[in-house]
Design a protein around this ligand. Structure first.
Ligand SMILES: Nc1ncnc2c1ncn2[C@@H]1O[C@H](COP(=O)(O)OP(=O)(O)O)[C@@H](O)[C@H]1O
Ligand SMILES: [Mg+2]
Length: 376
């Protein structure tokens, strides 16, 4: 092969290899996104070449640029048929190019992506009726569990007044705003979106309509979600409007009802599940939180007993299909402390799922939820 032919062959192979590098935020190939503006190969010795790659990021100084550069480096250096030495120059896209890219992405995502037939995303909406029962802790730990099990997972704080997911995931950064399209912040493997992450003008973007319905639709449509396997929603406490707007915006949504053992919580939890009589939403099951406190090997029932089973029985009777009690979680000070420190308590520090009782309970809950419900 002539020298020039070899260089051309390497350049074309490199374009292919770079096509497999995926932008972590947009979930698309960096070549498709137009982020590679030049690949230039020069020979330095027999089968030895220098390769310069020109990268244009969508957001200058974006925190993921190191990650993208490392992947490009890898794609070049691992070329099998010659020794390639990469040198990568990172710049920013021109205004016009960025404008065109975002217009292109928006054209594909003008609508709420979860509101079309045949989508693969499983949507689990966590409801409670009453506040303070641990709905947000359970949403956060459940989402973290799905991610640790390898599912592409997103989570939304639909509780726009009492948002807590940013704190529970230790997120302090703002989502990137790419000309009006918002990138979720990934923490502990979960793509997160919460009104609590926004300040000033960005909060106003998401808050154009006065009604919850509108803002949920907006959240879903204005955010670049990619194509997650699972979406977990932390719903606002209450029994009415929210669930109806969820059912409209997310026709796939399956409801998970959280309660504590005492009657005051379980009565209202039943009502939050009964919305399924008005909207076509499947209630998948009940999770009882703060069920017991383990003290010297004994289970103390601090908040009484039976709430979860009661909700399960009543919803099963009212809805005419099995609404099982899927999990009972102990009152565990470690859950609160770890979550408040910014890590979902089911995870180890390295992000893997804990192997103890809590980890196993959440693993079983996540696996149970991923089973297809009987269609009856
Ligand atoms: N199983 C548990 N053990 C100990 N503390 C818990 C447990 N579940 C929740 N908490 C704590 O109870 C409080 C309320 O929980 P939260 O998830 O914010 O409830 P909600 O979203 O229903 O209002 C938080 O401080 C949380 O850390
Ligand atoms: Mg909450």
């Amino acid at each position: 092969m002539s020298e020039q032919k070899q260089i051309e062959a390497i350049e074309s192979a490199l374009w292919d290899r770079l096509g497999h590098v995926i932008d972590p935020e947009l979930g698309r190939s960096i070549t498709d996104l137009g982020m590679i503006s030049d690949v230039h190969v020069t020979q330095t010795d027999t089968d030895t070449f220098d390769v310069s790659v020109q990268v244009e990021l969508t957001v200058p100084g974006c925190p993921l640029s190191d990650q993208i550069a490392a992947q490009i480096d890898d794609a070049v250096a691992s070329y099998p048929d010659a020794t390639l030495t990469p040198s990568i120059t990172v710049g920013a896209m021109s205004e016009t190019k960025l404008h065109d890219l975002v217009a292109d992405l928006k054209a594909q995502r003008r609508q709420n992506p979860f509101n079309k037939p045949g989508i693969k995303t499983r949507v689990f909406a966590v409801a409670s009726g009453k506040g303070g029962v641990g709905k947000s802790s359970i949403s956060a730990n459940l989402a973290a569990t799905f991610a640790a099990l390898g599912y592409d997972t997103a989570a939304i704080d639909a509780d726009i007044y009492g948002f807590s997911l940013p704190r529970l995931f230790g997120v302090h950064s703002q989502p990137t705003n790419l000309n009006g399209m918002l990138m979720p912040v990934t923490a502990w493997g979960v793509k997160l979106m919460s009104i609590g992450m926004f300040a000033g003008a960005d909060r106003a973007i998401l808050w154009r309509g006065p009604r919850l319905q509108r803002s949920l639709e907006q959240f879903l449509a204005d955010v670049w979600w990619g194509d997650p396997d699972v979406l977990v929603l932390d719903l606002a406490p209450g029994t009415g409007d929210m669930a109806i707007s969820v059912a409209q915006a997310l026709p796939n949504a399956e409801l998970v009802v959280v309660t504590t053992p005492q009657p005051s919580a379980s009565d209202i939890a039943v009502r939050s599940g009964l919305v399924a009589l008005q909207v076509p939403m499947r209630v998948r099951g009940v999770v009882e939180n703060m069920s017991y406190y383990e003290h010297k090997g004994e289970r103390l029932e601090i908040f009484g007993a039976g709430g979860g089973q009661r909700v399960s029985d009543q919803l099963t009777r009212a809805l005419g299909y099995d609404v099982p009690l899927m999990a009972q979680l102990p009152l565990d000070p470690n859950v609160r402390e770890t979550c408040e420190a910014g890590r979902p308590a089911v995870l180890n520090e390295d992000g893997s799922l804990r192997d103890d009782g809590l980890g196993q309970t959440f693993r079983a809950l996540a696996e149970h939820l991923m089973e297809q419900p009987d269609r009856r």
